[in-house]
Design a protein around this ligand. Structure first.
Ligand SMILES: [Zn+2]
Length: 407
C-alpha cells in the first residue's frame, strides 16, 4: 500500500515518470475508482502518467484500452480521468508518447532558453506557458533588441548541440542553499533539482530527457510587450520542424503566385502594393471624370421647372456613394435639382440635392416622399439622403419626389 512521504525520501514510489521519464507503458494494480467534479477517475499503485503541474500539461493515453483524458494530482493521489469504468484489478497503461515527448522537449527547451537569457544578459524569466502550437516565456525586461534575442537563441542551441547530460537530484533546503538555483524552492524537503551540466540548476517537478540534444533545435518565433515585460514565443524539437515546414509551404506558394525568388518576396510585394494604390487612384480619377461627363449629359436633358433645372432619374444596382458623387457633380450648376433614385433588390435609396440658387428645400421634399417607401433619412436644405423598402416602384417614388420640388 502507499505510504506518506518521509523526510529525505528521494522518490515517490508510485511516480514512475520520476524513476524514468522514458517509460511509455507499464502495468499496475488499481487502488481505487471513484468520481469527482472532473469525472470518473482511477488511482493506481504506480503510474507513468504525468499529472498537470509545474507548467507541464498532463499526459494522455489508455488504461486497458480505455482512454485517459486528463491526469491531475489531488489530495496526494494521482487521478487518471477515464471515459468509462475499468473492470478487474490490474491495468496495462500506454502513454501517448508523442504528446509526452513533445512536452519534454518544450519544457526542457524552456529551462535552457531561460538560462541562456539569464547567463548571457541577466534577463530573468517570470512565467512560462506551454500552448498547443507554441510556448511562451515572460522575460523581466521592458524591451528586447534583436541581437539579444539572437544571442540567447544561439547560446541555447549551443547547449543543445553540445548534448550535455541532464540529471535529477533530490535535495533538502540546506543543500539547496549551496546550489545556484534560478529560483528559491517553494518546498523545504524533497526538492527536485534538474541540472543541465555546468549550465543550469533549476527546482522543477516536470519530465526531462537525459541529454540536451533530445530537445532539438530551439527557435524564437517572436515577442511582444506584455504588462511591462516581454512575452517571447518559441518552439523546440519536432515543433520547430513542423513550424518550419508550414512556413516553407506558405513561402513556396507565395514564390509561385508572385513568380519571384524567395529573397525578393518583400520587394515584390511592396511593388504590387504600390502599383495597386496607383491603380486605385487612377480608377477613382477615371470614375470621377465619367461622373462629370454623365452629369453634363443629364443636365443637357434637364427639364425646366420654375424652381430650377430638374434632373430626375432611376438607376438599378448603383451605390449610394456613386449617386452622392453624381449629385455633387450635377449641383455644380447652381440652378440644378438632382433627384437620383436607385433600386437594389427590395431596397430603394435616393439622393436629393440642389444648386445654391435653388430655393426649394431638399430635406423637406425627401421627408414628404419617404413614407411612400416606409423609409428613413434626412439632411439639409441643399442635400438629403434616404432609403426604404420597394413597396412602390422606384419610378412612383421618384414622381413623389418630383411633386415635392415642383409645387
Ligand atoms: Zn523542468
Amino acid at each position: 500500500m502507499r505510504k506518506e512521504l518521509q523526510k529525505g525520501e528521494p522518490i515517490v514510489k508510485e511516480k514512475l515518470y520520476y524513476k524514468d521519464a522514458y517509460i511509455q507503458s507499464f502495468t499496475s494494480k488499481i487502488l481505487k475508482q471513484n468520481e469527482d467534479a472532473n469525472g470518473t477517475y482511477v488511482v493506481l499503485e504506480e503510474t507513468a502518467f504525468y499529472p498537470t503541474g509545474g507548467g507541464q500539461p498532463h499526459d494522455t493515453g489508455t488504461l486497458n484500452d480505455i482512454e485517459v483524458t486528463n491526469v491531475e494530482e489531488v489530495d496526494r493521489e494521482i487521478r487518471h480521468y477515464i471515459t468509462q469504468q475499468i473492470n478487474g484489478s490490474d491495468v496495462n497503461g500506454q502513454l501517448n508518447w508523442k504528446r509526452r515527448f513533445d512536452h519534454m522537449q518544450q519544457h526542457t527547451g524552456q529551462h535552457i532558453l531561460s538560462a541562456a537569457f539569464a547567463e548571457k544578459f541577466g534577463i530573468l524569466t517570470n512565467a512560462f506557458h506551454l500552448g498547443r502550437d507554441t510556448a511562451t516565456i515572460d522575460l523581466e525586461t521592458p524591451e528586447l533588441p534583436m541581437e539579444t534575442a539572437l544571442g540567447a537563441e544561439e547560446l541555447a542551441n549551443e547547449i543543445v548541440f553540445a548534448n550535455r547530460p541532464i540529471t535529477i537530484r533530490w535535495i533538502d533546503e540546506a543543500e539547496a542553499k549551496t546550489l545556484p538555483l534560478r529560483k528559491e524552492p517553494t518546498v523545504k524537503e524533497n526538492i527536485r533539482v534538474v541540472i543541465v551540466e555546468d549550465f543550469d540548476y533549476n527546482g522543477c517537478g516536470g519530465t526531462h530527457p537525459n541529454y540536451t540534444g533530445e530537445v532539438g533545435p530551439i527557435k524564437i518565433l517572436g515577442w511582444e510587450r506584455h504588462k511591462g515585460n516581454i512575452r517571447l514565443e518559441f518552439a523546440c524539437g519536432w515543433r520547430t520542424l513542423r513550424i518550419m515546414h508550414e512556413k516553407q509551404t506558405v513561402l513556396k506558394d507565395a514564390v509561385r503566385l508572385l513568380n519571384s525568388k524567395e529573397s525578393d518576396l518583400p520587394n515584390k510585394l511592396e511593388q504590387i502594393l504600390t502599383s495597386q494604390k496607383e491603380m486605385d487612384k487612377a480608377l477613382r480619377d477615371a470614375n470621377d471624370k465619367l461622373l462629370a461627363y454623365e452629369a453634363n449629359e443629364l443636365l443637357e436633358k434637364a427639364a425646366s421647372l420654375p424652381s430650377g433645372k430638374l434632373v430626375a432619374a432611376v438607376f438599378t444596382d448603383r451605390s449610394m456613394q456613386d449617386l452622392a458623387k453624381l449629385s455633387v457633380a450635377l449641383t455644380q450648376d447652381s440652378e440644378a435639382i438632382a433627384l437620383l433614385v436607385a433600386q437594389t433588390g427590395d431596397n430603394i435609396q435616393c439622393v436629393c440635392a440642389s444648386g445654391k440658387a435653388v430655393e426649394k428645400n431638399m430635406n423637406e421634399a425627401l421627408k414628404s416622399a419617404l413614407p411612400l417607401i416606409e423609409g428613413k433619412g434626412g439632411g439639409n436644405p441643399l442635400s438629403a439622403r434616404g432609403g426604404g423598402k420597394a413597396v412602390v416602384s422606384a419610378e412612383a417614388f421618384l414622381e413623389k419626389l418630383i411633386a415635392g420640388v415642383s409645387e
